[in-house]
Design a protein around this ligand. Structure first.
Ligand SMILES: C[S@@+](CC[C@H](N)C(=O)[O-])C[C@H]1O[C@@H](n2cnc3c(N)ncnc32)[C@H](O)[C@@H]1O
Length: 241
């Protein structure tokens, strides 16, 4: 798994086919059209078959609570992987639209298969790209997915750890957040997003109010992790200000 972890951070799949096998496992075992059963089946696979880098069930409860609190109509996710967190958010906000950005085409295909089986494809759209790709993805969000000033109620940041802060900056530069929007960030302790955590601590009470949730890395109870839930208080649009 340690070799797998190294590869994961560059290739974004473990390398033994476990992500593609997950989609087969879900289609074979989870009740079609039953999103809760699909979530349960993915967790079962993560615990009993092969470890996956989904947000998982323990941190997933923090995510669910944030989604409910945001009263979300539009959610932006950075990092789809196999679609687990997008599905959780679709269940926690039954009328919300979720747009999830995924860098790796193969992961997007796996996630689409799982989301279709769960019956939420009409509300969850996966866009292959990155926010920092020079404009193509930002343009697609603006032109085809209804991203405009103050339109995003919640963002879930769960992709390349060194992109957390630059991509938050892009979200702010585009003016997509409104006063009271929530931004949730996974893996702030493991693998770690120290610049993002330092930024949120520095801006506490000025532009953001953040709660740091102590929790555990997915699908085990030994290694600790942190999930940050940050409420946007308005103010300068750029993260560097
Ligand atoms: C930790 S996984 C996401 C897990 C998912 N949010 C869940 O909980 O089910 C990270 C994903 O981010 C993707 N990724 C990496 N860099 C990215 C970037 N700059 N923009 C969008 N996605 C990226 C990877 O391909 C990988 O699928």
């Amino acid at each position: 798994m340690m070799f797998g972890m190294k590869r994961l951070m560059t290739e974004w799949q473990v390398g033994d086919g476990r992500e593609a096998r997950l989609a087969d496992y879900v289609v074979e075992r989870a009740r079609r059209g039953n999103a809760a059963d699909v979530i349960r089946t993915i967790d079962e696979y993560g615990y009993n078959e092969s470890f996956l880098i989904n947000v998982g069930d323990e941190k997933g409860l923090i995510l669910d609570a944030a989604v409910a609190r945001a009263n979300a109509g539009l959610i932006l996710e950075l990092g789809t992987y196999c679609g687990y967190s997008a599905l959780r958010m679709a269940v926690a906000a039954p009328t919300a639209r979720i747009v999830s950005i995924e860098f790796k085409q193969a992961n997007a295909q796996i996630a689409r298969r799982i989301l279709e089986h769960a019956g939420v494809s009409d509300r969850v759209t996966i866009v292959v790209g990155t926010l920092g790709d020079g404009g193509a993805t930002v343009q697609a969000l603006r032109n085809s997915h209804g991203f405009e000033t103050g339109s995003v109620d919640m963002a879930f940041i769960d992709h390349a750890k060194d992109a957390y802060l630059p991509d938050l900056q892009l979200i702010l530069d585009n003016g997509w957040l409104r006063h009271g929007s929530l931004v949730v960030a996974d893996n702030v302790k493991v693998p770690g997003a120290p610049e993002y955590q330092a930024y949120m601590r520095e801006k506490e009470g000025k532009f953001w109010h953040t709660v740091e949730h102590e929790t555990h890395v997915e699908y085990q109870s030994v290694i600790k992790d942190l999930v940050l839930v940050s409420e946007y208080l308005g103010g300068p649009r750029t993260a560097s200000n």
